[in-house]
Design a protein around this ligand. Structure first.
Ligand code: 5GP
Length: 185
């Protein structure tokens, strides 16, 4: 892994594919033991979750279903704060055990918006599984039940996460390099 440039911004390697896979496997093991016999419905949040969801499913050995929703909140490297639903869930969630799959929880706005909508449909339970979590940016009240990695409040790309459309194909996760604020002497 070496430094990369996307849309003129530099990114450095942060989490390797191997580290990600190992952690996602452990999350799968935990979910299997907590949900055996409950036929959970995974709710993947597109677009960013597609690789995390696919990798997690490699390790889910219990009866379960998966469906996807698509929300919109991000512009460039900063959250717009405004969330809209582009594609809704077409499964009946009443009485179901839901596990939301997120690529990253940053401010928490997206997960709150989604939770609000899902709660209104009377599921039996809702838990959250996120590959990445930025505790310094999070201002929500929702408990994050399965967290892959806690990361600093810096923009990341790769493994499904994009920067203005690019970078989702990268197998590793990269962190943005911030411009130096003081000139070197
Ligand atoms: P939140 O609503 O929690 O602020 O942000 C959630 C969504 O913003 C994520 O699903 C993801 O699409 C996007 N996001 C948040 N932080 C990052 C980041 O560091 N990199 C990328 N590529 N997307 C991010």
């Amino acid at each position: 892994m070496s430094k990369i440039t996307i849309h003129g911004k530099e990114f450095v390697p942060y989490l390797s594919e191997g580290q990600i896979k190992e952690r996602v496997r452990a999350m799968g093991v935990e979910i299997n033991s907590n949900y055996d016999g409950k036929n959970p419905l995974f709710v993947g949040v597109l677009n960013g979750c597609f690789r995390f969801a696919a990798e997690l499913m490699n390790h889910i050995g219990i009866n379960s279903e998966i469906n996807f929703v698509k929300l919109n909140s991000y512009r460039g490297t900063e959250s717009s704060g405004k969330i809209s639903t582009q594609i809704g869930l077409n499964s009946d969630v009443e009485g179901r055990h839901l596990i939301i799959l997120e690529d990253i929880v940053d401010t928490g706005n997206t997960i709150e918006h989604l939770m609000e909508g899902l709660r209104a449909e009377n599921p039996a339970s809702i838990k959250v599984a996120t590959l990445l979590y930025k505790p310094e940016a999070y201002h929500g009240d929702i408990k994050l039940d399965y967290v892959g990695f806690e990361i600093p409040n810096l923009f990341v790309v790769g493994y499904g996460l994009d920067y203005d459309g690019l970078g989702r194909n990268l197998n590793d996760i990269y962190q943005i390099v911030l411009p130096k604020t003081h000139p070197e002497i």
